[in-house]
Ligand binder design. Structure first.
Ligand SMILES: NC(=O)c1ccc[n+]([C@@H]2O[C@H](COP(=O)([O-])OP(=O)(O)OC[C@H]3O[C@@H](n4cnc5c(N)ncnc54)[C@H](OP(=O)(O)O)[C@@H]3O)[C@@H](O)[C@H]2O)c1
Length: 251
């Protein structure tokens, strides 16, 4: 596992699920963590649990560029650097067929799942370029590569976010910046509860025991910050890959 002591990690969508597990995993590896989400109480509670020397909670809606930029600035001011950005915030709703989905809800979800990732990249890249180092990881999905019934915004946004991440890797080629995606497979979080309740596609029919715990992608993210993951720079890692699971030490 990567040694994270002295490193600062900013995680969007850290109020629950994969983001909250990632905050705990990075802190356990020695990093200082900035937790961003809209649910102030939840991020404050997790940051409090980690401890004030090692964690700060910053209320932030990723749909607003200025909030993301201000959060990155506050993180730098508090901890002195920004070494890792985890572009994790995401929503699955609205779940509905293209012919009936609510256009306003679709629009809002694109603002989170696609533009939220752009906002993180746009605000973090200049900081990391000035430092000469930094790692940016986006939480991707199988939905970025395949259509799934009822998930038009999610599939389109995740495909766009995966391309944005590749764009960032492409435009920073030759620099020391490390940019990757992580496709976790299905993870036992609130998002999967919403998917199950929809009953709309094969993912909603999966048994709860088919999902991996949020701690698995969290530990993989820490591993991705170490040199062992350098072979995957510019790529999307799949946590369904048994070789990756073995390298991370999950099996
Ligand atoms: N669970 C899975 O099976 C699975 C599979 C593949 C990929 N993923 C991806 O993994 C990521 C995390 O998902 P999860 O399963 O952990 O879902 P989750 O438990 O529902 O958590 C989603 C997180 O995103 C945050 N968020 C949503 N809208 C936001 C906004 N506008 N601004 C800031 N934060 C926002 C939420 O915080 P607030 O509501 O407090 O703002 C929450 O912390 C997502 O990108 C998801 O697409 C999940």
């Amino acid at each position: 596992m990567a040694e994270m002591t002295g490193k600062t990690v900013l995680i969007t969508g850290a109020s629950r699920g994969i983001g909250a597990a990632a905050a705990r995993a990075f802190a356990a590896a020695g990093a200082r963590v900035a937790l961003l989400a809209r649910s102030n109480d939840s991020i404050a509670e997790i940051a409090g649990e980690i401890g004030p020397d090692q964690a700060i909670a910053i209320p932030c809606d990723v749909t607003r560029y200025w909030e993301v930029a201000a959060a990155i600035e506050a993180t730098q001011k508090t901890f002195g650097s920004l070494d890792v950005l985890i572009n994790n915030a995401g929503v699955i709703d609205p779940i509905a067929g293209l012919a009936e989905v609510d256009p306003d809800a679709w629009d809002q979800a694109i603002d989170i799942n696609l533009k939220g990732v752009f906002h993180g990249l746009r605000a973090a890249l200049p900081v990391m370029q000035a430092q000469g180092t930094g790692t940016i990881i986006a939480i991707s999905s199988g939905a970025a590569h395949n259509p799934v019934e009822g998930w038009s915004q999610y599939c389109a946004a995740k495909a766009g976010a995966a391309m944005l991440t590749r764009m960032a890797a492409h435009e920073t080629q030759g620099s020391a910046l490390r940019i990757m995606g992580l496709s976790p497979g299905t993870v036992a979080t609130d998002m999967q509860h919403r998917i199950k309740a929809s009953g709309i596609n094969p993912v909603s029919q999966l048994d709860w025991s088919d999902h991996i715990p949020a701690d698995w992608p969290a530990r993989t993210l820490v591993w991705m910050c170490g040199a062992e993951a350098d072979a995957y720079l510019g790529q999307e890692i799949s946590l369904r890959d048994p070789e990756v699971r073995q390298k991370v030490g999950l099996v």
